[in-house]
Design a protein around this ligand. Structure first.
Ligand code: HEM
Length: 496
């Protein structure tokens, strides 16, 4: 059994390495109708039809979906962008570009600190600073509580734009912000001659190293299992300037999204005895999206952090893959129409042109079931195979995000499976990085050797813009982020 922290730390890690932006224009290029108002698939709108009988139909026939931004690669194949650095460098704390980095820093103090909230604190402890009150997606309190006079607060500002997405994630952001400031203060005590710049960089370096250690030593083993760890994520092969440290498309668009199956329907809030908090009960997840006011007015981050370590993550089973909180009520209080995360994942895969289930199985050297019987054998579940065949007609068409999760696990792995989950993904996404300053990843060797050209990966890499790549250096990540100790990771990501 794993704690809820497995889920939220996974989301945290995700937000450190990948952010695939949608197109800046969210109106149809043809009709100038906004994508939320049309069922027409006219670029960049790519709406998802809502089936008859769905309670959402009263609000509209389609779930809005805007296609991902494209990269100007000059090639024939549409490519998507990673808007943040693919390095495991505590981007959610510090930001991934200069403007954001400066927005997060408390330059005035000259003590190397990050900005904190001036209006509120958490029993004397720091909270993140606020953004603007205009266009405030975090003004959800009145709607959620039904109290028309309730005081709203703006969103917190994190190094990553998704810091308010749910309050458990916000709690981790707050914890990491405090840790930076704690480190900077300690360093200042030890080195009174250091100026603010030095204190900031040194504290950032330590926190970056801590995050890498936690990820590679403590987290990834639970995800990919001891075998994949030993085979693919164990030995650091040394710096290789030829490695492209970007994130592969299938990793961001399918594999790393395994975490959506670990989401519980509640954000748990516990008291000091790790019992349900008497004053601040655990909200349903849909009442915890974009709700920084719950942190400000409902007991701060401690009850949430206790919930993360004191309650289990959801176990993925074939019968219970995703709770209704994310399938029926995603962002219910901040969007016009509640969304469905599973549908978004599959539509995003289609938007990015990810090959289907069998193409990935082939890539991994596995059998490619061609009928219901063979699929049932692979899934060890003939009923599920029948349902999938009714929907997809052939296993070839099954969306890869959906297809891999009901598959039986490899021994020892919680999540590792061959197909996007284990090789090019779960462990793959974290091993390809290798060098490049000792942190993360992408399609290193395999791409350069043309491996991807002969695999379903062709044309499916999220590209890191050249401007970012050129700024990475052997001793530090892009954007002048400080160097941290190399992570011990290997470079191969073929299937065993
Ligand atoms: C309450 C928890 C979570 C919520 C509400 C959530 C929600 C979302 C949403 C709305 C998207 C964008 C969907 C799209 O339009 O394509 C997304 C993307 C993603 N999520 Fe989650 N997520 C959660 C937890 C997690 C976890 C635990 C992981 C991994 C361990 C994860 C991994 C990802 C990845 C890799 C992406 C793609 C990121 C990108 O490249 O932009 N998420 N998530």
């Amino acid at each position: 059994m794993f704690s809820m922290l497995l889920m939220t730390f996974g989301q945290w890690t995700t937000h450190d390495v990948t952010l695939t932006p949608i197109t800046p224009i969210t109106h149809s290029y043809n009709s100038s109708t906004h994508c939320v108002q049309t069922c027409a698939r006219t670029a960049p709108c790519f709406p998802i039809e809502i089936p008859h009988g769905d309670p959402r139909l009263s609000r509209g026939k389609c779930m809005p979906f805007v296609r991902s931004s494209t990269a100007c690669t000059g090639g024939q194949v549409r490519q998507q962008i990673n808007a943040i650095t693919a390095f495991l460098d505590m981007g959610p704390v510090y930001g991934a570009d200069h403007m954001k980095v400066m927005q997060m820093r408390d330059i005035d103090s000259n003590k190397g600190l990050l900005k904190v909230n001036k209006e509120y604190d958490d029993k004397g402890r720091e909270l993140m600073h606020f953004g603007p009150m205009t266009n405030n997606v975090c003004a959800t309190r009145r709607h959620m509580t039904g109290d028309a006079n309730a005081k709203e607060v703006p969103c917190f500002v994190g190094g990553d734009v998704r810091s308010n997405e749910n309050i458990a994630l916000t709690a981790l952001h707050t914890l990491m912000l405090r840790e930076h400031n704690r480190l900077a203060r300690k360093l200042s005590n030890l080195n009174p001659h250091w100026d603010g710049e030095r204190l900031y960089q040194e504290a950032r370096k330590i926190l970056g190293g801590m995050s890498q250690v936690i990820t590679y030593r403590d987290y990834l083993g639970f995800i990919v299992g001891p075998d994949a760890m030993a085979k693919r994520l164990s030995v650091y092969p040394g710096y290789d300037s030829e490695v492209n440290p970007g994130i592969s498309n299938v990793f961001a668009t399918a594999a790393l999204r395994f975490g959506h199956l670990t989401i519980q329907p509640y954000v748990f809030r516990l008291d000091k005895n790790y019992e349900e908090h008497p004053d601040y009960p655990s909200p349903l997840l849909h009442k915890a999206f974009f709700a920084p006011w719950r942190v400000v007015f409902e007991g701060g981050v401690d009850p949430i952090l206790r919930g993360l370590i004191g309650r289990p993550a959801k176990l993925n089973t074939q019968e219970h893959m995703a709770p209704d909180e994310i399938r029926e009520k995603l962002f219910k209080f901040s969007e016009d129409l509640a969304l469905d995360l599973a549908s978004l994942n599959m539509q995003r895969g289609r938007d990015h042109g990810l090959p289907g289930y069998n193409a990935w199985r082939k890539f991994c050297g596995l059998s490619q079931p061609s009928n219901m019987y063979e699929l049932g054998k692979v899934l060890r579940n003939y009923q599920m195979a029948q349902r999938l065949m009714m929907l997809y007609k052939t296993p070839d068409n099954i969306d890869v995000w959906l297809g891999v999760w009901p598959s039986p696990l490899w021994p020892g792995a919680e999540w590792g499976r061959c197909s996007p989950a284990s090789s090019p993904t779960s462990s793959g996404g974290f091993n390809r990085a290798t060098d490049c300053g000792g942190r993360t990843t992408v399609c290193s060797q395999s791409v350069r050797k043309g491996h991807c050209g002969t695999s379903p990966l062709r044309g499916s890499f999220v590209t890191t813009p050249a401007s970012r790549r050129s700024r990475s250096s052997p001793s530090g990540s892009a954007h002048g982020a400080p160097a941290t100790a190399p992570v011990r990771i290997s470079r191969r990501w073929t299937c065993p």
